[in-house]
Design a protein around this ligand. Structure first.
Ligand code: PGI
Length: 446
């Protein structure tokens, strides 16, 4: 057993998202979002759950920040609900909605916690969806205007900004698989949404540079699954490469860093890319300060001529979390190392990593040893990645609190803090106590 230290000033934190924890979605003049509509549409969410109350964070944020301080968190990643700021997506500002985030940031700074803002974590103003949402090219301006207003209002106190959370999930789970808001099932829209998110992201980055925020850093947060070939056959290797370049960071970083979509996306999916997409690549190719990596699991990919991507996902037979995702810490290392090798970002943050388990309260405590084991194994891989040259500057566990897990509602618990939804009582789980020690020592014994 040896003690491995993380770099000095490593930003250990926890992450959440507005629609998943805040509740009070229409309070104080806020506008409706596509997730308010989607969760209130019967059949979309398990048990008919909605984000109407969630973890009641909109009202309990001071209590939650006190919990973060008690656990010794250095940073807190959260998202702004666009419809609280612009109830109609653009035009009229909602002062009370802006006040909530003003107070939240001040409370975090007072507690000595570094804010890390995500501008968009899926709760699009519903009125913009009525205009086509992310499939409308004008959204690049709507998003950049919203982003610029946030830079003006919070840029004096917040240095770390991410434009979009998981644009792949927004595009494909929301517009092709139909399992997330706005519930569309159209592959051409999904690729148009991919493209417009890139346009919106880079337009917001230019607004960020104009805002000239002292020590400001802006990036993008991308979902990733480690895709390994099921066998050494060339067919499986190609299928795994296609899956990686479409499903992971390359789909967005290739345009941002190199001004084009990845080779396999152009080879296998060219038909679905927006016509004349390359005309936008000059504006999309805009330097960013960091890449946010979300990682949970990995799979094997086997050649499958019947699949549109030429491959299908295969399990390894590893232990799984409550989401049915295999626990594969090695994939965390592969994604982080692959990112640094392929795009050499100036900085990397793990913006999400965590697991859902069947947490139970016993005598007022939650002994979530499986989550501790999951996190420990992933921290070991993060440390190895840093040793091998990955410019990893921080890690945010998903999630601070049990919360609304999208189509699964409240049936899946990811928090290091347990939330009793009947009473809104919080209980720091054993994993939260264990994490506090890791942060305090900035080291891991393994
Ligand atoms: O599922 C846990 C978390 C969500 O609660 C976050 O809002 C979201 O950013 C997030 N992304 C992923 C990995 C990609 C994914 C998203 C949705 C469904 C399945 C996989 C896991 N998570």
């Amino acid at each position: 057993m040896s003690t491995k230290y993380f770099p000095k000033d490593f930003l250990w934190g926890a992450a959440t998202a507005s629609y998943q924890i805040e509740g009070s979605p229409l309070a104080d003049g806020a506008g409706s979002s596509i997730w308010h509509r989607f969760s209130h549409t019967p059949g979309n969410i398990l048990n008919g759950d909605t984000g109407d109350v969630a973890a009641d964070h909109y009202r309990r944020y001071k209590e939650d920040i006190a919990l973060m301080k008690e656990m010794g968190l250095k940073g807190y990643r959260f998202s702004i609900a666009w419809p609280r700021i612009y109830p109609y997506g653009k035009g009229k500002i909602n002062v009370k909605g802006m006040d909530f985030y003003d107070r939240l940031v001040d409370e975090l700074l007072e507690a000595g916690i570094t804010p890390f803002i995500t501008l968009y974590h899926w709760d699009l103003p519903a009125t913009l969806q009525d205009l086509g949402g992310w499939a409308n090219r004008d959204i690049a301006c709507w998003f950049a205007d919203y982003a610029d207003y946030m830079f003006q209002r919070l840029g004096d106190r917040v240095e770390n900004w991410s434009t979009l959370n998981e644009p792949w999930v927004v595009a494909f789970v929301g517009h092709l698989f139909g399992e997330h808001a706005p519930g569309m099932k159209d592959i051409y829209s999904a690729f148009l949404v991919t493209h417009n998110q890139l346009r919106a992201h880079s337009k917001a980055v230019r607004a960020f540079r104009e805002a000239n925020i002292a020590n400001g850093k802006i990036g993008i947060t991308l979902s990733n699954t480690s895709h390994d070939p099921a066998t050494d056959s060339m067919e499986d290797k190609i299928a795994a490469k296609v899956a990686h370049e479409w499903n992971n960071y390359p789909l967005f970083l290739h345009p941002i860093y190199y001004g084009d979509y990845p080779d396999t996306v152009k080879e296998f999916l060219k038909e679905y890319l927006p016509k004349n997409y390359y005309k936008d690549m000059e504006e999309i190719k805009e330097e960013i300060d960091f890449v946010g990596i979300n990682y949970y699991s990995g799979d094997l990919v086997k050649f499958d001529p019947d699949s549109p991507l030429g491959g299908k996902s295969v399990k390894r037979g590893l232990p799984k979390t409550e989401m049915g995702w295999e626990i594969y810490p090695e994939g965390f290392y592969k994604i982080l190392k692959g990112l640094q090798d392929e795009y050499n970002p100036k900085e990397v943050y793990v913006t999400e990593n965590g697991a859902a388990f069947d947490d139970k309260v016993e005598n007022g405590e939650v002994h979530d040893h499986k989550r501790i084991d999951y996190l420990k194994k992933h921290f070991e891989m993060a440390h190895k990645a840093i040793e091998d040259g990955v410019k990893l500057k921080g890690y945010f566990v998903w999630s601070l609190l049990d919360n609304f897990e999208w189509a699964f509602g409240y049936s899946k618990r990811f928090g290091i803090v347990y939330v009793d939804y009947n009473t809104q009582k919080r209980i720091i789980k054993d994993s939260g106590k264990w994490y506090s020690q890791i942060i305090k020592n900035n080291s891991l014994d393994f």
